[in-house]
Design a protein around this ligand. Structure first.
Ligand code: WT7
Length: 635
C-alpha cells in the first residue's frame, strides 16, 4: 500500500522515513496505484546532481490529460471540474463538469492540430483567468505541445522576450481582459510584442470583453468559430515520462528570465500526491486557489494537481478588491469553499479593511487555509487564523518554487501541529539541508543557513530551456551534489523549518519573484539615467517594496524629479510590468562600490531599511564618501 493519503502524525513520520530510505519503492507504489499509464516504466529514478540530470519513471508512457480528465469520466462525469467565477459578481459562475471539460479540451486540441501544432512545438498562452486558459493548457498537453503560459499582467517586452526565448509557434490570447473596474487591451499588447517575434505563425483570439480589435489577416484567428467546428474526439498523444510538459519563466538575479522546463510523469505524480495531502482534499470538497495560472501555483494547484485527483477547482477571474474588499469572503460563502489557498500579500491587504467585511459572510465551510509565495509574518498569520479560519482551520504555510514544481515544506493539515511563520516539516520525499557559506552542512537543530535539497524529487524542473549550463550554474554549483534554492531558512528545536527569505538578488514583491538586474536594465534605458541599483525594503502589504538608487547622467539635471520618477516607472512598466514599479526612487551622485566595481547592495539595503546603526564591514569600499551622502538624502 502506498499511503496515498496521510491521516495522522505517526503515519507522516513512517511514510516520510520510507520515502527517504527507499525513495524508488515509495514513488513507484504511488505511481502504480493512483495513475493511468499506457506503459509502465523500466526504471524509477536515475540521477546525477553534478551533470545535472534527473529522470523519473523512464520508459513509461502516458498522457497527463487522461489522468486529469478521461479516467474520471466514468465515476465523476457530472461532477464540476472547473468552477469559473467571473470578475463581475453579477455575471453567472460557470460549472464545467468533467464530461464537458473532456469535450472542450478535445475540441481545443483539434483546433491546435488543425493550425499545424505538433508534439514538441511551443505554444505561448497569454490569457486572463477565464476557462479558455485552463482548457488551452490541457489541450496542449493532450497533443504533446509544450505550453508556455505568460502571466497576462506582463508587458509587451516581457512577453516578446519569453516568446522568442522558446521559439513559440503560436500565441493564444483574448481580445482583452477584465481586472476589477478596468479592462486591459491584451490583444494590443500581443500585437506590440509580435513586432519583435518572427517565430509566431498563428494567434488564436478568444472573445472576452467584445472590444473592437485589429485582426492581422493570415495570422490572427477568432477561437470560437474554430472550436465550434472541431470534433469532441481527440486521442491523447502518447508521451514519454520525461517529455517536456511545459515551460514557465521565472526571474533570475541576472539576465533573461529562466524558462524552467517541467516534464510529464514525475510532475504529475508529485503534484497530485502533494495536492491530496497538503490540502486533505476529500471527494465533494470545493477547493479554491486564488493564484493566477500564469504562475506555477496555478499550474500545479489550480490545474494539474486538483484535476488529477478529480477535484472541483475554482478559477477566479477578478481581484480581491472588486467590487469591494469582501469579494474573497463572498466567493467562499457562495461556492461553499472548503480549502482556500492564497498569498500573504492578499491576507495583509484584506486585514487592513476591518472585520465587518469578513464577518458579513458565512465562512463555516472552510476546513483548510493555505499560504504561499513569501514568508507569512506573525500578524498576518494570526489574523488569517482568527478571522478567516476562526481558529479551527489549520494554516498550511507551503514553501516551494517555480523550479520545484510542487510543495516542498508544509504542514499536513490535521496531521502536523502548526506554528506561526513556520512552514514546518519537509513534505514526503523531500530531503532538505541547511548549509553554511563554506559549503558545510549544518547538522542538528536550532540553526540557520542556506536551504538546499539533497535528493531529487519527482516534480523538479529538469533544465532551463535552451541553457542547461545556466541551470547547472544557478542551482547545482553553489553546493556540491545539492540543489540550492536561493532561500535562507532556520530549523527550530523540533526540526521545523522557517523560511527567512532570499539570500540572492531576487526580491519577492507581493508574492511576485523579481530579479534586480532586469529592472535595473530597464531603468538604465531612460536617456537621463547613468546607472541604478535596486534593493527591497519592508512594506506592510506587499511584504517587500522596491527602492531604487539612480545616478543621472547630467548631475546638474534640472528637470522635475517627480516627473523623472514617473518616467522611470513608466519604462519599468513597459519592460516588465506594473508589478515591478519602484515605491521609492532616490537620485544620488554615486553608488557604494567595491574596488572590483561591484555595487555593495548590503549597504543600500540597510539604508532602505533605515537600519544604518551598523553598516558592517566597509573596508573594501572604493568610495566611502558616497555612503554618507546617500544616508543624508535617504527617502
Ligand atoms: C520563492 C519562489 C511556489 C509558489 C509561488 C512562488 C518564496 C514561496 C514561500 C513560503 C516563504 C516563500 C521563496 C521562494 N516563497 N513560498 N511559504 N514561505 N517564502 O514561486 O515565484 O518561483 O518564488 O518564493 O523565496 O524561493 P516563485
Amino acid at each position: 500500500m502506498s499511503n496515498y493519503h496521510i491521516k495522522h502524525l505517526e503515519e507522516y513520520y513512517q511514510v516520510y522515513r520510507k520515502s527517504v530510505r527507499e525513495p524508488e519503492n515509495f514513488w513507484e507504489e504511488v505511481a502504480e496505484e493512483h495513475f493511468m499509464w499506457q506503459k509502465k516504466w523500466d526504471h524509477v529514478l536515475s540521477w546525477d546532481f553534478i551533470k545535472p540530470e534527473v529522470k523519473w519513471f523512464e520508459g513509461a508512457q502516458l498522457n497527463i490529460t487522461e489522468n486529469c480528465i478521461d479516467r474520471h469520466l466514468a465515476t465523476r462525469g457530472n461532477k464540476t471540474a472547473i468552477l469559473f467565477e467571473p470578475n463581475d459578481p453579477k455575471e453567472d459562475a460557470e460549472h464545467i463538469t468533467y464530461t464537458q471539460l473532456h469535450q472542450r479540451v478535445n475540441k481545443f486540441a483539434n483546433v491546435l492540430k488543425d493550425q499545424g501544432i505538433k508534439k514538441g512545438d511551443r505554444v505561448c498562452v497569454y490569457l486572463p483567468m477565464i476557462p479558455e486558459l485552463a482548457i488551452a493548457v490541457l489541450a496542449c498537453a493532450r497533443i504533446g505541445a509544450i505550453h508556455s503560459v505568460v502571466f497576462a499582467g506582463f508587458s509587451a517586452t516581457a512577453l516578446s522576450t519569453r516568446i522568442n526565448d522558446s521559439d513559440c509557434k503560436m500565441v493564444i490570447t483574448s481580445d482583452g481582459s477584465y481586472r476589477g473596474a478596468k479592462t486591459i487591451d491584451l490583444k494590443g499588447i500581443v500585437d506590440e510584442a509580435l513586432n519583435e517575434c518572427t517565430c509566431v505563425e498563428t494567434v488564436l483570439v478568444a472573445k472576452r470583453i467584445h472590444s473592437d480589435i485589429d485582426m492581422k489577416s493570415g495570422r490572427d484567428k477568432w477561437l470560437q468559430p474554430l472550436l465550434d467546428a472541431a470534433s469532441t474526439d481527440c486521442k491523447a498523444a502518447l508521451m514519454n515520462a520525461e517529455d517536456p510538459l511545459f515551460i514557465l519563466y521565472t526571474s533570475g538575479s541576472t539576465g533573461l528570465p529562466k524558462g524552467m522546463v517541467h516534464t510529464t510523469a514525475g510532475y504529475m505524480v508529485y503534484t497530485a500526491y502533494s495536492f491530496k495531502n497538503a490540502f486533505q482534499y476529500k471527494e465533494d470538497d470545493v477547493y479554491w486557489c486564488t493564484a493566477d495560472i500564469g504562475w506555477i501555483t496555478g499550474h500545479s494547484y489550480i490545474v494539474y494537481g486538483p484535476l488529477a485527483n478529480g477535484a472541483t477547482t475554482i478559477m477566479f477571474e477578478g481581484v480581491p478588491s472588486y467590487p469591494d474588499f469582501g469579494r474573497f469572503w463572498e466567493i467562499i460563502e457562495k461556492h461553499k469553499v472548503n480549502q482556500f489557498y492564497t498569498a500573504p500579500t492578499a491576507i495583509r491587504a484584506l486585514a487592513k479593511q476591518g472585520l465587518e467585511l469578513v464577518e458579513k459572510y458565512d465562512l463555516s465551510t472552510l476546513k483548510v487555509l493555505g499560504s504561499v509565495g513569501e514568508p507569512i509574518n506573525e500578524e498576518a498569520w494570526h489574523w488569517y487564523n482568527d478571522n478567516v479560519g476562526k481558529k479551527k482551520s489549520p494554516i498550511v504555510d507551503t514553501w516551494w518554487q517555480t523550479e520545484t514544481g510542487g510543495i516542498m515544506i508544509t504542514p499536513i493539515p490535521f496531521v502536523t501541529p502548526t506554528k506561526p511563520t513556520y512552514a514546518t516539516l519537509p513534505f514526503i520525499g523531500i530531503q532538505p539541508a541547511l548549509m553554511d557559506e563554506d559549503g558545510n552542512e549544518l547538522k542538528g537543530n536550532q540553526i540557520d543557513g542556506r536551504l538546499c535539497i539533497k535528493f531529487p524529487w519527482p516534480s523538479m524542473a529538469r533544465t532551463i530551456w535552451g541553457n542547461h549550463q545556466r541551470y547547472k550554474d544557478t542551482y547545482f554549483s553553489a553546493y556540491k551534489n545539492m540543489y540550492f534554492t536561493g532561500d535562507g531558512a532556520l530549523r527550530d528545536d523540533v526540526g521545523y523549518y522557517r523560511i527567512t527569505g532570499r539570500v540572492d538578488d531576487v526580491i519577492i514583491v507581493s508574492g511576485h519573484n523579481l530579479g534586480t538586474a532586469p529592472i535595473e536594465d530597464a531603468i538604465n534605458e531612460h536617456p537621463a539615467v547613468a546607472e541604478s541599483a535596486i534593493v527591497g525594503f519592508p512594506h506592510d502589504v506587499k511584504g517587500n517594496a522596491l527602492y531604487g538608487y539612480v545616478i543621472l547622467k547630467d548631475v546638474g539635471e534640472t528637470r522635475d524629479q517627480d516627473n523623472l520618477r514617473k518616467e522611470i516607472n513608466q519604462i519599468i512598466t513597459e519592460h516588465i510590468g506594473p508589478i515591478a514599479k519602484l515605491d521609492k526612487i532616490q537620485f544620488t551622485k554615486g553608488l557604494p562600490k567595491t574596488r572590483s566595481g561591484k555595487i555593495m547592495r548590503r549597504i543600500l539595503r540597510k539604508i532602505a531599511h533605515k537600519d544604518t546603526s551598523n553598516l558592517g564591514d566597509t573596508s573594501t569600499l572604493l568610495n566611502p564618501e558616497v555612503v554618507q551622502d546617500i544616508m543624508d538624502n535617504a527617502l
